[in-house]
Write a protein that binds this ligand. Structure first.
Ligand code: AP5
Ligand code: ZN
Length: 214
C-alpha cells in the first residue's frame, strides 16, 4: 500500500504510524522527522530548513519534494510507504503524483486525521519524544514508565522546540491555509478516508484498520 497521512499538528499521525508500519510492512517517511534530523546534524538542508521550522512555517516545496524523492528510492520503500506530513501543499501533492506516475504507481489511500483545533494545544505541550526512534509519549495520555525516559530503549526523551503555544498557532495557520486544500485535492480523487482523531489512540488505531481494510 501507498498511504498519505494528513492532519494538523498533534492529530496523531506519528502515533499511529508505527502500528500501520508493522501491520503492513511499509516504510515510514515523515518529512518533519527527516528535517529535524537534518537540523540536528547541521547539514546544508538543515541549515536552510531551520528558520521556517522554528517559526512554525512550512519549508519550501523544493526542499521537501527533494528529500521525499530521495527517500522513496530506498529498497525498503518499494513495496509501499506511509507518508507522514507530506504532501502539505497542493504543489507538493502534484509533484508527488508526477513522481509516482513515472514509476507506474499511485497513492492508494489518504487518511485524514480530522480533529478540532481546541484539543491540540494540550496534546502538543504534553508531548515527549525519543528523537532517535521516533517513539512518542504524552505526560497525560501516554506517560512513560519513568518520566523523561523511553520505556523501550532507556534513552532520554526530549520536547520539540516548536511545541510551544505560540509556534503551534502559526503551525495551525499554515495547516488551514496551505494543507487543507490538499484534503480536497484527494477528496476529488475518491481516495480520502476521514478518521475521528479526537478519540483515544487505541480507538483511532481501530478506525485506521477499518479504513485500510475497506
Ligand atoms: P511535523 O513534524 O510533520 O509536525 P506536525 O505536522 O506539526 O505534526 P506533529 O508531529 O506535531 O503531529 P502528529 O500528528 O505526528 O502528532 P503525534 O502523533 O506526535 O512538521 C514539523 C515542521 O517541519 C513543520 O512545521 C514544517 O516547518 C516542516 N515540515 C514538515 N513537513 C513539511 C512539508 N511536507 N512541507 C513543508 N514543511 C514541512 O501526537 C501528538 C501528541 O498527542 C503525542 O504526545 C501523543 O502521545 C498524543 N496523542 C496522539 N494521539 C492521541 C490520542 N488519540 N489521544 C490522546 N493523545 C494522543
Ligand atoms: Zn509527527
Amino acid at each position: 500500500k501507498r498511504l498519505v497521512l494528513i492532519g494538523p499538528p498533534g492529530s496523531g499521525k506519528g502515533t499511529q504510524s508505527p502500528m500501520i508500519k508493522d501491520e503492513y510492512c511499509l516504510c515510514h517517511l515523515a518529512t518533519g522527522d527527516m528535517l529535524r534530523a537534518a537540523v540536528a546534524a547541521k547539514t546544508p538542508l538543515g541549515v536552510k530548513a531551520k528558520e521556517a521550522m522554528d517559526k512554525g512555517e512550512l519549508v519550501s516545496d523544493d526542499l521537501v519534494v527533494g528529500i521525499i524523492d530521495e527517500a522513496m528510492k530506498k529498497p525498503s520503500c518499494q513495496k509501499g510507504f506511509i507518508l507522514d506530513g507530506f504532501p502539505r501543499t497542493v504543489v507538493q501533492a502534484q509533484k508527488l503524483d508526477e513522481m509516482l506516475r513515472k514509476q507506474g504507481t499511485k497513492i492508494d489511500k489518504v487518511l485524514n486525521f480530522a480533529i478540532d483545533d481546541a484539543v491540540l494545544e494540550e496534546r502538543i505541550t504534553g508531548r515527549w519524544i525519543n528523537p532517535s526512534s521516533g517513539r512518542t509519549y504524552h505526560t497525560k495520555f501516554a506517560p512513560p514508565k519513568v518520566p523523561g525516559v523511553d520505556d523501550v530503549t532507556g534513552e532520554p526523551l526530549i520536547q520539540r522546540k516548536d511545541d510551544t503555544p505560540a509556534v503551534l498557532k502559526s503551525r495551525l495557520e499554515a495547516f488551514h491555509r496551505q494543507t487543507e486544500p490538499v484534503i480536497d485535492y484527494y477528496g476529488s480523487k475518491g481516495i480520502l478516508a476521514n478518521l475521528p482523531a479526537e478519540k483515544p489512540a487505541k480507538e483511532v488505531t481501530s478506525e485506521v484498520q477499518k479504513a485500510l481494510s475497506s
